[in-house]
Design a binder for this molecule. Structure first.
Ligand SMILES: *[C@@H]1O[C@H](CO)[C@@H](O)[C@H](O)[C@H]1NC(C)=O
Ligand SMILES: *[C@@H]1O[C@H](CO)[C@@H](O)[C@H](O)[C@H]1NC(C)=O
Length: 495
């Protein structure tokens, strides 16, 4: 009996250790903790059982290290994902040094734990640019090319603002309808002049430029940024007599030349996760109701920003067994509230995923919830649209989402078919998740922005100068301790 017990224990230990070899630990929050200072640094852990299945575990993450006020203080979050793997993310309260990160299951170190860092781990708000943009992007593993960027920049191979600037300002200085900023990045400082009555959204453009400038040395460049919803630079055939002008927008469309950037919403979620923002591309991955227990209906909530949204509610009224769609606000179609109402209270976006199918319908332009819908645990039906965000061109219909006609007339038959093809639906859902991991997490958002500015700035042939009357967008003050280690490859002596 005793012997059996000993054997049994030995066996358990053996299984335990062989399982340990199947643990994967990866992600920028470990490999690049010192190179990629984010508000919420993140990495992934998955443990497999003997049969190779991923099993959810409660991991322990310990930080050793120093900060100005003693030991290194962090806030740590574990988010369990649909497939059993976990996201671990952490927010440094101050800049830390001599840091060791221990990733543990019980007492056992996982992956290459303990992870040790020679240099400082800065907080996101420290102005400590580490290397010129191109080098930094290589260090953090950014792709060196992007199809959308390549195609957006084709009409803008030689950008001469000496002649373009006055024409752009003349054409788009329409304070009531256009909000536009002229930015200049010079010696890693950001300057701008804005035109238009509503220019509050410049804070989002400031945020991405300032955040990149804290991490890397941006190339000198001049750019125009459209702060409004609609892309501006219409292709217009014979009606267009000037341009096209290089203008950056958050939303692109098939009939405009605007250069697309990640939306202000994605940028803010990437930079402000674990702080001002609760819905981001990682938090949305939290494991909700398991697939088998989800309600097999399409779900939708939102504002009445366009006609098709009312049509969707109409379909829900006719087919309550297949669609649960309601408006949360009437603004554009107040007179139709009787027919398409009553309006319902907001529900948490995370609760959308109690349903198997999500519908993505345009608002005024592309619906900026689309990335979050892809990151959740449901299958996304996407309405055909001429509008797009920076990543749509890498998606394939039928692979990461299911297409719907513009007028949604095929929604009902599509849901009926989806119900018959449950396994295929799970594959689409998983493809969407893989896409999100590859293209839409904070590192990818910074990489895309960096690559876009790098490629674009090369095409500017006019001198880049701070223009009279420009205002500086200043780095935020910080209470964190931000004494930078030496700046590599820094040829800007004035920094
Ligand atoms: C840019 O445009 C200005 C004004 O038309 C012109 O004088 C200048 O030569 C142009 N620069 C280049 C590099 O083409
Ligand atoms: C629609 O969804 C809401 C929120 O989940 C739920 O409270 C309501 O009962 C649903 N309506 C129908 C008709 O199923």
């Amino acid at each position: 009996m005793k012997l059996l017990q000993v054997l049994f224990l030995a066996l358990v230990q053996l299984l335990g250790s062989s399982r340990g070899d199947d643990t994967r630990v990866w992600g920028p929050g470990l490999e690049l903790a010192d190179r990629l200072p984010l508000n919420a640094r993140y990495f992934f852990v998955e443990s497999r059982d003997g049969a190779g299945r991923i099993v959810p575990q409660q991991y322990r993450v310990l930080f050793k290290g120093h900060s100005r006020i003693g030991s290194c203080r962090v806030k740590i979050e574990q988010i369990d994902r649909v497939d059993g793997s976990s996201i671990i993310r952490y927010k440094l309260m101050e800049t830390c040094w001599n840091v060791e990160i221990h990733v543990l299951l019980g007492e056992r170190h996982l992956g290459q734990s303990p992870y040790r860092f020679e240099g400082k781990l800065y907080t996101e708000n420290c102005y400590c640019p580490q290397a010129p943009l191109e080098d930094w992007m290589e260090q953090i593993g950014c792709p060196s090319e992007d199809v959308q960027i390549n195609s957006d920049l084709i009409p803008f191979r030689a950008v001469n603002f000496s002649s373009l600037r006055p024409r752009i300002i003349q054409q788009y200085d329409k304070p009531g309808s256009v909000s536009l900023c002229n930015y200049v990045v010079k010696d890693n400082q950001i300057y701008r002049t804005c035109y238009g009555r509503y220019t509050g959204f410049k804070m989002y453009m400031d945020a991405i430029l300032l955040s990149l400038a804290r991490k890397t040395l941006l190339p000198d460049m001049e750019l125009f940024v459209n702060l409004g919803d609609w892309p501006l630079v219409t292709k217009g055939g014979h009606r267009r007599t000037t341009g096209p002008y290089p203008i950056f927008s958050w939303c692109g469309s098939e009939d405009t030349f605007d250069i697309v950037m990640p939306t202000y919403d994605l940028v803010e979620a990437s930079l402000e996760a674990m702080s001002r923002v609760s819905l981001d591309m990682l938090s949305v991955q939290r494991k909700g109701v398991p697939w088998e227990e989800k309600v097999p209906k399409a779900f939708w909530r939102g504002r009445d920003a366009c006609r098709e949204r009312l049509d969707l509610v109409g379909l829900s009224q006719q087919h309550p067994d297949l669609v649960n769609a309601s408006l949360t606000n009437f603004f554009f179609f107040r007179d139709e509230e009787k027919k398409y109402g009553p309006k319902v209270a907001h529900i948490s976006f995370f609760d959308f995923f109690d349903y198997k199918y999500q519908v993505n319908v345009d608002g005024t332009v592309a619906a900026y919830r689309f990335p979050y819908l892809l990151g959740g645990s449901s299958v996304v039906f996407k309405q055909a649209s001429k509008y797009y965000e920076h990543f749509y061109s890498k998606l394939e219909q039928g692979r990461e989402y299911l297409p719907l006609k513009r007028d949604l007339s095929d929604l009902i038959e599509n849901i009926q078919r989806a119900r018959q093809q449950d396994d295929e639906m799970i594959t689409v859902r998983d493809n969407a998740k893989a896409f999100v991991d590859q293209h839409l997490l904070p590192r990818s958002i910074l990489c895309y922005s960096g690559l876009l500015f790098k490629e674009y700035s090369r095409n500017i042939v006019s001198p880049v100068q701070i223009l009279p009357g420009m205002e500086q967008a200043s780095q935020p003050g910080t209470s964190s301790y931000c004494e930078c280690d030496s700046v590599e490859g820094n040829n800007h002596d004035e920094l």
